[in-house]
Design a protein around this ligand. Structure first.
Ligand SMILES: Cc1cc2nc3c(=O)[nH]c(=O)nc-3n(C[C@H](O)[C@H](O)[C@H](O)COP(=O)(O)OP(=O)(O)OC[C@H]3O[C@@H](n4cnc5c(N)ncnc54)[C@H](O)[C@@H]3O)c2cc1C
Ligand code: SF4
Length: 481
């Protein structure tokens, strides 16, 4: 029944271009399951073949026990399904919404491999935990007996938040420092509201506050408070600061008005969704309404920008990417959603220059082709001589990826070991950096990655820090005897 309804819904949607802009995968899910909430999730879950070789579980960075919670959901035992799901994941409803499941759990589903369409694992995971919140099954964090040890976490993104919960459960005092005015990191200000509603993030933060986790916001470690001082205040430190240096492009006209970095654009949009009055939105400089928008880049951030621009009622939205569809780094599922919403993809095209007097009016672009594979196995894009063309643009959004900031400079610790990519170097076994008692997790170690990996790293770091703190406490006890 529910599946028929879903097919009907999809085909109706294809014939309703004027409504495309308002759609998102998350809202599709809500719309489909609003009428048959439990039955829809049950039906999807019962499609799991319990294959005995849980490739889905292996492909989930958290090794979530997917077959078990699908089975429990199929049997209508939702509260138990929730218990199993939350045992390995601090934010199942967030991962259910925004994991690129086609590259992770769902990509390995054996039903998908046999050509019958994957079990929608992420949608069921979201449904289970959203139901748990509604029914009051999400209990306060069970805080462990006070250890007398304290931890400072720099960065309130998913890595820092997951670590905080795990450390609090062990009984350590936890303070999270963040330079932003709200906790959540990219969950709050990067990922758009149509993919991840901000109240979903806020209730997780409130649950941590209720468990005694202290949040010190508007506190840039390095600028406002030196790392050295923080190390004296706490028994251990976790650096979970993410990667924020936007990659730039040196091209003629790159400084024109109307050319903006992706994260600035998305942050403004998220602030507006949070109910703030934002000048850059109101004065039109970060508002796509009525504009010809060109987004440069082919990753997930670019997809978020094009889909946000559609929702802001842009006149046209074009994504310019120098390779082809098969070679783009972003999720193909996201590309499909963007295309359905009316975004035009200009594959194998790259910007050469930006035109305009004061503000940008066009992107001078050139066609590209892929050369034969290089040593790394990837085909390099090269320009097709004489193929330049103009794309009209009033707003150009640069989504070329992110690198780590200068950490040695920011923290004033020359002994902090940094990799050649600018990320933090850690001992993979202990998750400690080159500074004793200073650990690191999330994007700042991996480079730009995924929320689910940040949660995994946060959990692993908490475990390693607990071992370290316990050993320290033992030494202190022995010395006192
Ligand atoms: C636009 C965008 C969309 C994305 N969409 C998805 C998606 O759909 N699915 C997915 O899985 N992943 C997505 N990602 C990736 C994902 O958001 C990140 O991998 C993840 O948030 C990393 O978590 P983190 O905790 O390491 O860092 P972050 O989430 O970046 O959090 C780091 C925090 O540290 C704070 N901070 C930094 N420096 C300091 C300092 N010196 N002092 C104090 N605080 C500091 C920052 O303010 C921030 O709050 C997206 C990324 C972007 C940019
Ligand atoms: S956490 Fe992500 S990868 Fe793991 S089961 Fe959930 S949606 Fe799939």
């Amino acid at each position: 029944m529910a599946e028929n309804k879903m097919l009907r819904f999809v085909s109706v949607r294809r014939n309703m271009p004027e409504k495309r802009a308002a759609r998102s995968r998350a809202s599709d899910f809500n719309e489909i399951y609003a009428e048959f909430p439990t039955e829809g999730a049950k039906e999807q879950s019962s499609r799991c073949s319990q294959c005995g070789v849980p490739f889905c579980q292996v492909s989930c960075p958290l090794q979530n026990n997917i077959p078990d919670w699908l089975k429990l959901t199929a049997e209508g035992r939702l509260e138990e399904a929730y218990e199993v799901s939350q045992a390995t994941n601090n934010m199942p409803e967030i991962c259910g919404r925004i994991c690129p499941q086609d590259r992770l759990c769902e990509g390995s589903c054996v039903i998908e491999q046999s050509g019958h369409g994957t079990v929608t694992i992420g949608a069921v995971e979201k449904y289970i935990t959203d139901t748990a919140w509604t029914k009051g099954w999400v209990k306060p964090i069970r805080v462990g007996r006070d250890t007398g040890r304290s931890v400072g976490i720099i960065g309130a993104g998913p890595a820092g938040l997951a670590a905080a919960e795990q450390l609090r459960m062990k009984g350590h005092a936890v303070t999270i420092y963040d330079r932003y005015d709200r906790a959540g990191g990219l969950l709050m200000y990067g990922i758009p509201n149509f993919k991840l509603e901000k109240d979903v993030v806020t209730r997780r933060i409130e649950r941590l506050e209720q468990a005694g986790v202290q949040f010190q916001l508007n506190t840039d470690i390095g600028k406002k408070l030196p790392l050295a001082k923080l190390r004296k205040q706490h028994n251990a430190i976790l650096i979970a600061t993410g990667v924020y240096k936007a990659r730039a492009m040196a091209a003629p006209g790159a400084g024109l008005q109307g050319i903006v970095p992706a994260l600035s654009y998305l942050t403004v949009s998220n602030r507006v969704c949070l109910g703030e009055k934002v000048k850059a939105f109101d004065d039109g400089s970060m508002n796509a309404k009525g504009k010809n928008v060109v987004v440069i880049g082919g990753g997930d951030t670019a997809m978020d920008c094009v889909r946000t621009a559609v929702r802001q009622h842009a006149k046209s939205v074009t994504c310019l990417y120098r390779r082809d569809r098969e070679n783009m780094p972003g999720s193909l599922r996201e590309v499909g959603h963007a295309e359905e919403e009316g975004v035009v993809f200009s594959w194998l095209a790259a910007p050469k220059a930006f035109q305009g007097d004061k503000s940008v009016t066009a992107v001078r672009s050139i066609r590209m082709r892929l050369s034969s594979q290089d040593g790394s196995g990837r085909q390099a894009p090269e320009e097709v001589v004489g193929s330049e063309f103009n794309l009209p643009a009033d707003l150009v959004i640069m989504a070329l990826g992110f690198d780590p900031e200068d950490l040695n400079g920011a923290f004033g610790e020359s002994d902090l070991a940094i990799s050649k990519w600018g990320t933090l170097t850690i001992d993979q076994r202990t998750m400690m950096t080159s500074l004793p008692g200073v650990f690191a997790a999330g994007d700042i170690v991996r480079g730009a990655s995924l929320v689910v990996w940040a949660i995994k790293d946060g959990r692993d770091a908490a475990e390693a820090m607990h071992t370290y703190l316990e050993a320290g406490a033992q030494v202190a006890r022995t010395a006192a005897e």
